[in-house]
Design a protein around this ligand. Structure first.
Ligand SMILES: [Zn+2]
Length: 418
């Protein structure tokens, strides 16, 4: 069946190129993108058109780093640095997800709120609980959120109430992977929480599992100076943090590494050579005072940087806020260094919030033809009508000024979800 969305279509084609299609038709065949046209071709004349008038039709967002069980404490305890914040807030909250009924209730809210905010693709950490992780995957899939979810592995340096033995962690990971086979939109991703919370044996087990089953991996890298010092102490044979993951085969093109705030030229080169995807989490880097990531530099080096809300080190689930925070923090870095080239552009922010994640998840960029539609319709028509304003200016203004109340529709996998 042919359908079409009509409006001002903006595509993130690369970190530098914004594709602009004013007042155009995004044509779908059975929910899959069949092309973008300024006039509906005769052969498509029967398409049922949903007209969004002057609104902006964007690719929906890919939040490539967040912690599902921490959503309920978003904005809490933001006066502590990372390691203290984990002890005081994040770990006690994650422990509650041993209760499946509780997990169901909370994860249903999270899945709903993701769609409400135009996020249809994720790479998400669950807790270490297998059953709650499966519930999270179920609730996301039901709501239309696609991507990856990982059962967290942690067998040391965690409070006793939130720690597995190595055997448990291995056994539960295998049980979880077996049970994941029933999902179609949400897939498993191996998730060692971060190097300090996994023993050598557990990391080695995960590396073998990754190789055997060709699984993706997500973890944290060089977020905070205290954390980096802890890694150096725990893994004295590894000169740099990334080498812990690399040693166990957990550092390649199928890997997401959150933060990378303090990754120096050597660590960044290692990421680039292995095509590891850094995930920039500006809000959480600010909240937990981790530092300001050299994201413009990473983009210049052609790193495949994605964006993450990092709820709840980050203070918002909104990828519009996350883009705005990324632009702002890059300017803070530029101000501190008296170097304008540290600032990122709206094109870069939009691409990192959409296309970079799409690529990691195996999709084409922009509204790729033949792929199921993932889109968000953002209505900026209530903002002042400035003469001669360009579409890139409108997009930047919308990112700064709009929120979920201005999202008129969300499409995922070709279906309208909002
Ligand atoms: Zn995180």
């Amino acid at each position: 069946m042919l359908t079409a969305l009509k409006g001002n279509i903006l595509e993130a084609l690369s970190p530098d190129i914004l594709g602009v299609h004013p007042n155009s038709y995004l044509v779908l065949e059975d929910g899959r993108v069949a092309g973008i046209h300024t006039v509906l071709p005769k052969s498509m004349g029967e398409a049922a058109v949903t007209d969004f008038g002057g609104a902006l039709i964007l690719q929906s967002f890919a939040d490539m780093h967040l912690h599902g069980p921490q959503y309920e404490i978003t904005g809490t305890g933001m006066d502590k640095p990372l390691l203290q914040w984990l002890e005081a807030y994040a770990f006690p909250t994650e422990a509650k997800y041993a209760d499946a009924d509780y997990a169901r209730k909370q994860y249903r809210i999270l899945a709903h709120d993701l769609i409400q905010n135009g996020t249809t693709r994720v790479a998400m950490f669950s807790s270490l609980h297998t059953d709650a992780t499966l519930i999270l995957m179920e609730e996301l899939e039901k709501a239309g959120v696609t991507g990856y979810v990982g059962k967290v592995n942690m067998d040391r340096n965690a409070p006793p109430y939130l720690c597995e033995t190595t055997e448990e962690s291995e056994k539960e990971t295998l049980r979880w992977l077996e049970a994941c086979k029933r999902f179609t939109l949400v897939k498993p991703i191996l998730t060692p929480r971060f190097a300090p919370s996994c023993s050598d044996r557990l990391l080695s087990f995960l590396g073998k599992l990754k190789a055997e089953r060709n699984l993706p991996v997500q973890s944290h890298l060089s977020e905070n100076t205290g954390e980096i010092a802890l890694v150096a102490q725990l893994f004295p044979d590894c000169p740099q943090y990334w080498e812990v993951y690399d040693k166990y085969g957990l550092f390649d093109r199928n890997t997401l590494m959150a933060h990378c705030v303090h990754s120096d030229a050597r660590e960044r080169t290692a990421m680039r050579m292995r095509d590891v995807h850094p995930v920039h989490c500006a809000s959480s880097n600010n909240s937990l005072m981790s530092g300001i990531s050299p994201v413009a530099q990473m983009l210049r080096e052609e790193q495949a940087v994605c964006l993450g809300s990092d709820v709840s080190g980050g203070t918002t689930l909104s990828m519009l806020r996350t883009m705005a925070n990324s632009i702002s923090s890059s300017k803070d870095r530029g101000s501190m260094m008296q170097d304008q080239s540290q600032a990122i552009s709206i094109e870069q922010a939009y691409y990192m919030a959409t296309g970079a994640g799409q690529r990691f998840l195996g999709h084409g960029v922009g509204f790729a033809e033949g792929e199921p539609l993932h889109a968000v319709v953002l209505d900026d028509t209530g903002l002042p009508k400035l003469p001669n304003i360009t579409f890139r200016e409108r997009l930047l203004r919308a990112v700064y000024r709009l929120d979920d109340r201005h999202i008129r529709a969300v499409y995922s996998e070709g279906l309208r979800r909002l």
